[in-house]
Design a protein around this ligand. Structure first.
Ligand SMILES: [Zn+2]
Length: 349
């Protein structure tokens, strides 16, 4: 199914996965697996030639807090779990902390991790916690998940029309100063534009699709995409089937890529595939957002199917250069622009 041209291109590209949750890690730990990220997930990601992944170690959902709803405490525990996994990997997994850490070639053994939060609840309304999380390795943060937090309203709060709060504004400015990637996935539409007004540099949306192609509460409209692209930002497309189409296929997912490329240019497209096959069930409070059923695209279910998207892009006639940008080049450019170049430039102390 994957031809030699696509296979070669896939193997020679630096692939960046714009979004991954810790849910699989927690599920396997609860089942007694030791170091599940390194022992179970890592080999699968390396089979798919994934170089770098944005790993959402905590966030706003009940599942991210491992059912405790103690977001700050569980963030600290989860960060320790991740750092312990990295420790036992003997150099095979590494945190991206500065521009200097970014890969310049694909590597068969090394998995780079960008530590991320899927929403700002773990800050518990305190800017100093943002700085402390930065010191622990946090480099990317979504402002919200689906609901309201201290920073802003998420997409599921559309009834009241809220955007960024004063605290959210302070967080965006501090993320700018520290050199952290600001992620607009899941934020309300007013919040989207509020953040773009406050942020000084390029901003991303790691895992959403296009409303023009498929209307869903998590997809975003053309005005939002244009405003994001104007910052030099990147939009990662999402393979959760309910956000792709009523009749989801890989080809329809690639329609979202083509739409973004036609609207604002190929430099603003990435992959935030959010593969959920191995995650296990979310807590019931989180399942109400309708992502629970029919979550998988046939023949594009997890990382083992990853090269299929490269094949699909080749068949659509995209150049090797453009495909390389979509597979990871654009996210790498963005990280290079946002992260401090090296430890000496850190402003968090
Ligand atoms: Zn998400």
């Amino acid at each position: 199914m994957v031809g030699p041209k696509a296979r070669k291109l896939h193997d020679e590209s630096i692939i960046v996965e714009g979004h991954r949750d810790l849910f699989e890690m927690v599920r396997l730990m609860d089942a007694g697996q030791k170091y599940p990220l390194f022992n179970v997930t890592y080999p699968r990601l390396k089979r798919a030639n994934i170089s770098t992944t944005f790993y959402s170690i905590c966030g706003d959902s009940v599942t991210h807090s491992r059912g405790t709803r103690q977001f700050l405490k569980s963030a600290l525990e989860n960060i320790d779990m991740l750092r312990e996994e990295i420790e036992v990997s003997s150099g095979k997994m590494k945190l991206i902390l500065h521009g200097d850490d970014l890969p310049d070639a694909p590597s068969p053994d090394l998995l780079n991790i960008v530590m991320s939060f899927e929403g700002g609840r773990p800050l518990e309304g305190r800017i100093e916690h943002l700085r402390n999380f930065y010191r622990l390795g946090l480099r990317s943060m979504q402002i919200t998940w689906n609901l309201r937090n201290e920073l802003a309203d998420g997409v599921k709060e559309e009834r009241t029309g809220g955007g960024l709060t004063h605290f959210g504004e302070a967080v965006v400015k501090e993320m700018d100063r520290l050199g952290m990637l600001i992620d607009l996935a899941h934020i309300s539409r007013p919040g989207w534009f509020d953040v773009l007004e406050v942020a000084s540099g390029p901003v991303c949306c790691t895992h959403s699709n296009c409303k023009k192609i498929y209307h869903h509460f998590r997809t975003i409209d053309d005005e939002q995409i244009k405003a994001l692209a104007q910052t030099g930002g990147v939009l990662g497309v999402n393979a959760i089937a309910t956000m792709v189409s009523k009749d989801p296929t890989l080809d329809k997912l690639v329609d979202h890529i083509s739409h973004i490329a036609d609207l604002v240019g190929i430099d603003h497209v990435g992959l935030g595939l959010d593969f959920v096959k191995d995650d296990g069930p979310l807590y019931p409070e989180d399942e109400i957002f309708g992502v629970g059923e029919n979550r998988l695209i046939p023949d594009f279910e997890n990382e083992d199917d990853f090269p299929n998207i490269t094949e699909c892009l080749v068949r659509r006639g995209y150049s090797n250069e453009d495909i390389t940008k979509v597979l990871g080049g654009n996210f790498l450019r963005l990280l290079k622009a946002v992260l401090k170049p090296n430890a000496a430039q850190d402003v968090a102390g």
